[in-house]
Design a protein around this ligand. Structure first.
Ligand SMILES: Nc1nc2c(ncn2[C@@H]2O[C@H](COP(=O)(O)OP(=O)(O)OP(=O)(O)O)[C@@H](O)[C@H]2O)c(=O)[nH]1
Ligand SMILES: [Mg+2]
Length: 61
């Protein structure tokens, strides 16, 4: 399965997970709506972690 297919599958599955989270008493609704909005608009953060001077910037560039 290509990464893009995988992403499409996750995009289908995640709203159901969010619905479940929203049904948990005390779960902040605004966070659920924000997540749902981000998924819908394909907005996400890509985080690159690593020790100092280990090639993070080179990899990203
Ligand atoms: N041997 C080796 N050196 C690398 C590699 N990638 C980057 N470097 C070198 O490692 C040094 C640091 O690379 P950066 O990409 O600036 O590392 P960084 O993790 O962004 O560094 P900071 O932002 O300062 O934490 C540079 O001199 C690069 O040329 C690699 O795959 N192999
Ligand atoms: Mg850097």
């Amino acid at each position: 399965m290509t990464a893009l297919n995988n992403y499409a599958q996750l995009k289908e599955d995640l709203p159901r997970c969010i619905e479940t989270m929203l049904s948990v008493p005390g779960f902040p609704g605004s966070l659920g709506y924000e997540l749902r909005d981000k998924i819908e608009h394909n907005a996400f953060n890509l985080v690159v972690l690593g020790q100092f001077k280990r090639g993070k910037t080179s990899l990203i560039n």
